[in-house]
Design a protein around this ligand. Structure first.
Ligand SMILES: [Mn+2]
Length: 347
């Protein structure tokens, strides 16, 4: 595996030199953040980003994400031009050495929490989801933590209205329409597409979600059998679905060579509903068995990219929620340790 770290480009408060100082860090996972969704990223911009990474001894082989325009998800006539642009973005990324593109197909909200600064018993804070708080949100006047800057009320309402007529089946068909044009380009340019599962893995506000379970993945891979059509195995997102058997799923898709990217984080289940708090990565802190999941990856000779996913804010850090330096660095070290111990044990 190759350990990586998400970096939000030159505006990220965490310098590349700090990321390089985390043991065993091979590269960053990044994107072009200052262009509207749907436009073509200039090759010069990508070259410049890559040069910055290389100057700091880091690779840039994973993009997270090339965002998918809502018109593609909605199946609007404008999608063809947008899909052509997406193909061009894949080609441009491939030309600067990118091997893996993480993306998602979640309508409107590509993650959702009810609290961005849940205070933990140890004084740290982290993202959390309370089913009770969620149920108390007013769908006609939505204000979601972390989303108020992304959409105005009117924009959000009209977007939600547009999805009223989109069923799960329609959204799935739109995903397949998209991939039928994307995957041949990936085959030609040696790029793996790694769809990120729904976060959290259930419908929200009547918006359909179609990448939440083993059944969903099976359907997707049956429709487009190429292994370029793969997934980002995000333990936290999939694990929030308490019916998802992560150990079985990781085994199945690692055997199929479809796991191109692995997001490692832990969550602590709260109560009997869907509620959870994002915990430290260590197995003792959360409800997920990362040791066992990683053991199965190693048994299947996993060669993809790994990154520590969301960390807590610790040691007084107040960074972008989920994306501080300290706890993700601790997470990387923990995950590195699991891989190393399991790999050595097998020799
Ligand atoms: Mn993730």
């Amino acid at each position: 595996m190759k350990m990586t770290f998400r970096w939000f480009g030159p505006k990220d408060s965490i310098p590349l030199s700090y990321i390089k100082q985390i043991p065993n860090m091979s590269g960053v996972v990044t994107a072009v953040y200052d262009m509207p969704v749907g436009e073509i990223w200039p090759i010069e911009t990508l070259e410049k980003l890559k040069a910055q990474c290389h100057q700091n001894g880091l690779e840039m082989e994973v993009i997270e994400s090339i965002p998918v325009h809502e018109d593609i998800k909605l199946g609007k006539p404008s999608r063809d031009v947008l899909i052509d642009n997406y193909c061009q973005n894949i080609i441009n990324c491939a030309q600067v050495g990118v091997k893996c593109v993480c993306y998602n197909f979640m309508p409107v909200f590509d993650w959702l929490r009810t609290n961005m600064h849940h205070t933990n018993a140890d004084g740290s804070n982290s993202l959390s989801y309370s089913q009770e708080d969620f149920d108390n949100l007013d769908p006609n006047n939505l204000h979601l933590p972390g989303w108020d800057e992304s959409y105005s009320s009117d924009e959000l309402q009209s977007l939600l209205n547009e999805y009223q007529n989109i069923s799960h089946e329609q959204l799935f068909d739109n995903l397949i329409y998209f991939l039928k044009k994307i995957i041949p380009v990936c085959e030609k340019y040696d790029v793996n597409m790694a769809i990120h599962p729904d976060d959290p893995p259930w419908d929200v506000f009547g918006l359909p979600r179609i990448v939440s379970s083993e059944q969903d993945f099976d359907k997707l891979f049956k429709a487009i059998p190429s292994t370029r059509n793969g997934l980002t195995f995000c333990t936290g997102s999939l694990g929030a679905g308490r019916n998802n058997d992560l150990i079985h799923m990781v085994d199945k898709y690692a055997k199929q060579k479809r796991i191109h990217f692995f997001h490692a984080r832990n969550i602590k289940y709260v109560g009997d509903s869907n509620s959870f708090v994002e915990s430290g990565h260590n197995d003792k802190c959360g409800s997920l068995d990362l040791y066992k999941i990683i053991e199965v990856l190693v048994e299947n000779d996993f060669q993809g990219y790994v990154r520590p996913d969301h960390g807590r804010n610790i040691w007084g850090e107040d960074n972008k929620p989920g994306y501080g330096l300290y706890d993700r660095a601790l997470g990387a070290s923990y995950i590195n340790g699991l891989f190393e111990a399991i790999e050595r044990n097998r020799k």
